[in-house]
Structure formats: C-alpha cells, structure tokens
Design a protein around this ligand. Structure first.
Ligand code: KG4
Ligand code: ZN
Length: 327
C-alpha cells in the first residue's frame, strides 16, 4: 500500500511516498528556515505564503520518483500547528483525493513524529514493540507517552511551560547563536565544557517537565556578565536539558515495564540526547535518523498507513485542528 504524505504544520513544506508504512520511496522537504532566521523565529503569515509557493513544486518532485497511479491513499497533517500553514497542506490533499478518487486520512503531527520510528530499519528486533514509551521533544511539545498499540496513547507527562526545542531556541537567542537554536547550541557546545551550574527541574513524583527555569537561569548569568565562554554556556545548557529528559524517560519506562523506548521530534536529532539515552537505558532504545526526527512527510505517510489499516478514513469535510492533542 503506497501512501502520499503531506506536511505543512510549521515552517517545512514536505511531501513523501511511503510503502506499507515502512519503506520510503520518495521524501522531499522545502525548508523556510533561512526566511524566518532573519526574524529570529517563525512568522506565521510568512510561513503560509511560503507553503503556497512551495507545495506544488514539492509534490511534483516527490511524484517524479513515484507514480500517481500507484497511490492507495493520502495522509495530511491536520494539527497541532499554525492554522494558516495547516490549511495549505490539508486543502491540497483534499483536492488530490477528489481529483484522483483516493481515500484521505488526517494525521496528528505528534503521532506522525512517533511513526518516524517505523521508518528506521526493518531487520528483526529493531521495529517498535508494544508496549513502549516514547519521548516526543519538538519545538512545541515535550511529551512522555505510553503507547500500547497502534493509535493507542496515554500521555504520562508533558511540559508545564516551555517545550525542550523552544528552550533550546530561546537559549540560543540569549547566547546570540542564531536560529534555529537546537542545532546552533549543539554546534557551539562541541567546543565547550559543561562548567556552569544550571538548575534542573525534577518535579519529583510526576513525569512532567519544566524548562523555563533553566532558560531564565542562563539569561540571568548572561545579564550579570558571568558567562565568559558561549561554548561553555551552550554545553552546560544542553547537558542540563538532556540530563532531565533522559533521567525522567528512563524512570517512567522502567516503571511501566515497557519493551522499548522511542525518541521522536526535532530535538531527538540532538547527539548528546541520543547518546545519553542509549548509554543510560537498560531498555532497548530506537531513534530515527536525524533527518526523520525534524519535520518531514514520510512520518505522516507512515502514520497514515496505520490509520488506513485501522479503517480511519476521513471525508472531504476534513478540517485543520491547530490545537489538536495526542490523547
Ligand atoms: O519537530 P520539529 O522539527 O518541529 C516541531 O514540530 O516543532 O522540532 C523543531 C525543534 C526546534 O526547536 C529546534 O531548535 C529543535 O527541534 N532541534 C534541536 C536540534 N535540531 C532541531 N534541538 C536540539 N538539538 C538539535 N540538534
Ligand atoms: Zn514537528
């Protein structure tokens, strides 16, 4: 079964064709990062206009490597995300579904991030096994989710303030490292040592996260002129965030006696997070390749495949849900 996935929830216009939820036949992304970088963050109106310009060229590119006649269905991100951006992808998906007589399914972007793990590798033992715990860390979310089967989620913890990616972006702004902040902090940290004392919000007795304290602590140190090396500050900040993410994820996975831990979302491309989680977890860990952690449409197509398998077909009245939740 070949599914065309379309993703336009934020600042990447992406399309992909995935076979049986696991094999990527084509996967293209038009990034708007350079356009938004001059504003230091995403400008929603600019994002939707860019999606309008990019969506048809991206679809042409993706379909140059696949065949329209071979498609069995279309999956499009309906939320969470920017309303204007989501609308472009969903309306294009509906137009194709109508013109080609194909079924359509609306995908939750966060669920899509989780399904990037089905695109990892297909040798025995490395596909996801239920029950599992997934840490979804992106620009807008930091969620710890128990997944008991396809489409079956229990949110065990979430951030009470900033998401992990948002904290990386704000810390990078504090340190004048540019946008997007996650990759910038990771690069700067390579030349530094985690020598600054930054707080960790453990929120004991819960699986929730909080990153606004560490972000503000860094800002105060900079304001007081106590940061002499941006590389050391970046390394210290990265370590503080990763320490909490890894410790709480491993703890909840042990508590729930799951078979695997999955990592997902843009922050999952962070090398320290990937390495520390693997090193500190007695439970097997699966992590998608970095390019499948950040926003892409292959993950949406993979998730769409399992939705179609479960009979979750939407009508042409499918609409965007900007504040969509996982469960
Ligand atoms: O999943 P994603 O591409 O978009 C959302 O759904 O939000 O995640 C984007 C976030 C940004 O905050 C970005 O700074 C962060 O992921 N990110 C990283 C890294 N690469 C991207 N954070 C830390 N380390 C990285 N290498
Ligand atoms: Zn995302």
């Amino acid at each position: 079964m070949k599914i065309l996935g379309i993703e336009t929830s934020c600042d990447e216009t992406a399309a992909a064709v995935v076979e049986d939820g696991v094999r990527i036949l084509s996967n293209e992304i038009a990034s708007q990062v350079e356009i938004h970088a001059r504003y230091g963050g995403i400008v929603p109106e600019v994002a939707s206009r860019q999606h309008i310009l990019a969506i048809i060229p991206i679809l042409k590119q993706v379909m140059a490597e696949a065949s329209w006649g071979d498609l069995d269905g279309i999956a499009a991100t309906i939320g969470p995300g920017l309303a204007g951006s989501l609308l472009i992808g969903v309306n294009v998906a509906k137009a194709i579904a109508l013109a080609r007589g194909l079924p359509i399914t609306g995908v939750n972007h966060l669920e899509g991030h989780i399904y990037a793990n089905w695109l990892v590798d297909h040798s025995p033992g490395v596909t996801p096994l239920f029950p599992l715990v997934c840490l979804i860390v992106s620009g807008g979310h930091s969620d710890l989710v128990l997944m008991r089967g396809h489409g079956d989620y229990v949110v065990l913890g979430r951030t009470r303030d900033d998401a992990a990616g948002e904290a990386f972006d704000k810390a990078a702004r504090t340190l004048d490292l540019g946008y997007p902040g996650g990759p910038a902090i990771q690069e700067a940290a390579k030349n530094g040592a985690a020598s600054l004392q930054l707080p960790r919000a453990w929120l004991k007795g819960t699986s929730d996260f909080s990153f606004s304290g560490v972000k503000t602590a860094l800002l105060r140190l900079v304001e007081r002129g106590m940061v002499s090396s941006r590389a050391d500050a970046a390394a210290s900040f990265q370590e503080a965030v990763v320490d909490v993410l890894v410790t709480k994820t491993v703890a909840v996975a042990k508590e729930c006696r799951v078979k695997q831990i999955l990592l997902a979302g843009g922050v999952a491309s962070n090398e320290l997070l990937r390495n520390w989680l693997v090193k500190n977890s007695p439970i097997p860990v699966l992590i998608p390749q970095p390019v499948l952690c950040t926003d892409n449409a292959a993950m949406i197509a993979a998730c769409g495949y399992y939705r179609f398998q479960a009979g979750k077909i939407d009508g042409l009245d499918l609409d965007v849900v900007p504040s969509l939740k996982l469960a």
